[in-house]
Design a protein around this ligand. Sequence first.
Ligand SMILES: *Cc1c(COP(=O)(O)O)cnc(C)c1O
Length: 420
Amino acid sequence: MNSIRLPPPGALLTQAQFEQLDHEDALASARAAFSLPADTLYLDGNSLGALPRKVLESTRHALENDWGRGLIRSWNDAGWFDAPVRIGARISALVGAAPDEVIAADSTSINLFKALSCALHLRPDRSEVLVETGDFPTNTYIAAEVAARSGKRLVSANTQDLISRIDERVAVVLLTHVNYRTGFMHDMADITRKAHEVGALVVWDLCHTAGAMPCSLSAHQVDFAVGCGYKYLNGGPGAPAFIFAAREHHAAMAQPLAGWMGHRSPFAFASNYEPAEGMRRMLAGTPSILALQALEAALSAFDGIDLQALRDKSVALTELFIRLLDQELSGLGFDLLSPREARHRGSQVSLRHERADPIMQALISRGVIGDVRRPDILRFGFAPLYVRFMDVWNAIAVLRELMHDQSYLDPAHQQHRTVI
Ligand SMILES: *Cc1c(COP(=O)(O)O)cnc(C)c1O
């Protein structure tokens, strides 16, 4: 049951109801931790999280004090050496893992390479790597590369065929929990159970999960997981990512990027590689300390936050966005691409429209920021820490206005942008 009381289904939605929901919102004060421009309505936290105020302070301190004054002493004195482990432990609380099962490192792409390689190494007798058709491209590219290097076959299945395709041939199933285009959310418990029943391992990608909802990696006995630091975790553009490995795999896991920072004793400068115990062996080279410090400061926005309350708010925001779409924008060419049923939906709503790109450009010019996935998908992300119910109301009002005045047809909104 959602703890947030929404107007009954079918009832006409009014602005007063959205104001009231903000008034009653248990998470309303969390928004104060973020520095957001007053004239902007930000619905793209699923792509790049907003700037937490703490990051400003903490980055200044990291620059002036830790680097500027401490210089190389800060590897010991400012906790630089332990930062990946310490921040991993902080993230573990958001994904339902033990503190020593997560480490902050590298990018999601690189962590996918490590996690998939480890999983294949643990299942040498199996012949296939199973992925989902339409997953985020980097996941498919990396899976293809890892599979090819190990002489395995990459098999891709449609969403509806996935679970039945998991059989004894499969070494590892790689899945993104919440799809980046559609917002469709898999049942992590079900799929992990099915994979284990046939002796396969799972790698879950939590890019659109961590920081938006609770997640139970340990309870579902997930083998490996990866996730992103710059989406709902708000670590900043290109923030370090994270990787999870269940403790039972720690002793046997062999990741191929055997760099010195993953050595048992990096400062022994030994000529032979001996992996560190536990998650430290997932490190390769020297971590990006400034970026790690920014991510650590960003994570403080989650202090004291009840993750179920976060999910409840996210469901309420997306639900209301969909209901307002039905109420205000019917007949204007929009099709809902995201699931209507909350249990199948992440924290985003995607719409199809044949003029998606100019419509989004026109929206952004009026201060409502979402994004598009070409050719025809508009995406709206609802980061529950800082998106307000009135943002949902206002975003739909602006969208309705520009559909009616057709300002999206202006030449100014037909530009080609590299990053969309
Ligand atoms: C955002 C995202 C990535 C990004 O990977 P990077 O290595 O950080 O560029 C990977 N996979 C999924 C599913 C994503 O949503």
